[in-house]
Design a binder for this molecule. Structure first.
Ligand code: UT7
Length: 333
């Protein structure tokens, strides 16, 4: 029998500090009206000092394990752009704090596509028999790398974490993941980047300036590419699954911008009413975006058991990807 990864639990975690658009407009040259009309975002959550990505990852991971009804996992993957430290990875600390003993634990860095890359690698370990139960977490404290003076990024991103538990199962059962499409284009690496942090320049005078240590994004170019690339790989996944856009009950795409979600649905040929969105509430949470959207839609019963769900994401690297599953019956915690 073919062995595949099956979704068995889900959970999420948001930090307590809520930041409204009006709060940002009080210190930046922006407005609630601009942010809402150009992005769909109304608020976001951010960590306060002392809270790291691992804290949010542990919160989401423990809820996902609880919802699966089994506290064990032999593999922990954390997708993040904002690890607690450059070295070591964040996942081993998360595994230890969740009481998962000597579980395999590693991070995946694919920015906003990170969760899909992590999901694919964990699914591969399960298919190979290397892992029996994997905890896959997308977690970010993006507020740490935002330039507080840059209105074009500060209003978009928020912090948070989402997690799923995968177990071994068969391809025909609800929750079975796949197929996967994962792609990249390093030619676009400067479109979404923290410019500093590379090797020291040969000419020290040409070294990075203070603003280069913050996250930057060329929003307009990224917008167009996001719609195009997510559309392409979402269609590729549908083709490989022998499905058509009309077979999709719910499109859960990376929550980057409400206008991207609308255009993408149109590009793939999925009615807008079938899209899932929580961007108004949490903003763009990068690698945490898809599992957070899934968990919120699951908790609010927007996602129902038996729904055919199409996942797709696009982000820095550039990276993008897509996958599918039929939503399983999981009790919300
Ligand atoms: O998560 C990874 C993937 N990320 C994405 O997919 C994000 C893709 N990009 C976007 O979502 C949008 O491009 C943004 C939300 C980042 C920007 O929206 P836009 O409609 O593309 O705006 P723009 O960059 O073309 O800027 C339009 C105007 C500019 O002013 P001028 O030059 O027309 O006078 C900007 O300076 O809006 C101005 N602007 C703002 N105004 C008020 C940019 N940011 C703001 C702001 N408040 N926060």
């Amino acid at each position: 029998m073919t062995r595949v990864a099956v979704l068995d639990g889900i959970g999420s975690c948001l930090p307590p500090r809520l930041v409204t658009n009006d709060e940002l407009a009080a210190r930046l040259d922006t407005s609630d009206a601009w942010i809402r009309s150009r992005t769909g975002i109304r608020q976001r959550y951010v960590v306060t000092d002392g809270t790291g990505t691992s804290d949010l990852a542990v919160g989401a991971g423990s809820r996902a394990l609880k919802s699966s009804g089994d506290p064990h996992a032999d593999t922990v993957v954390v997708a993040t752009t904002t690890p607690d430290r450059p070295c070591p990875a964040t996942a081993p600390a998360v595994a230890a704090r969740l009481g998962l003993g000597h579980a395999a634990a590693y991070d995946v860095a694919a920015v906003c596509t990170g969760f899909l890359y992590a999901l694919a690698t964990a699914s591969g370990l399960i298919a190979l028999g290397v892992s029996a139960r994997a905890l896959v977490i997308g977690a970010e404290t993006f507020s740490r790398i935002l330039n507080p003076d840059d209105r074009s990024t500060s209003v978009i991103f928020g912090d948070g974490a989402g997690a799923v538990v995968l177990r071994a199962g068969s391809p025909d059962e609800p929750g079975a993941l796949g197929p996967f499409e994962l792609r990249s284009d390093g030619e676009g690496r400067d479109l979404i980047t923290v410019p500093a942090g590379g090797p020291p320049p040969a000419d020290p005078a040409a070294g990075p300036g203070a603003a280069d240590y913050y996250f930057t994004m060329q929003g307009k170019k990224v917008f167009r590419l996001a719609v195009q690339r997510m559309g392409e790989c979402a269609r590729a996944v549908l083709d490989r699954a022998g499905r058509r856009p009309g077979d999709v009950d719910r499109l859960v795409s990376h929550q980057a911008n409400q206008r991207i979600i609308e255009r993408l649905a149109d590009e793939i040929g999925i009615p807008y009413e079938r899209t899932v969105s929580n961007i108004a509430r949490v903003g763009n949470t990068a690698a945490a975006s898809i599992p957070l959207a899934l968990d919120h839609a699951h908790t609010e019963r927007v996602l129902r058991p038996g729904d055919r769900v199409l996942l797709t994401a696009f982000g820095g690297g550039l990276t993008w990807g897509a996958s599918m599953l039929t939503w399983p019956a999981i009790d919300p915690v």
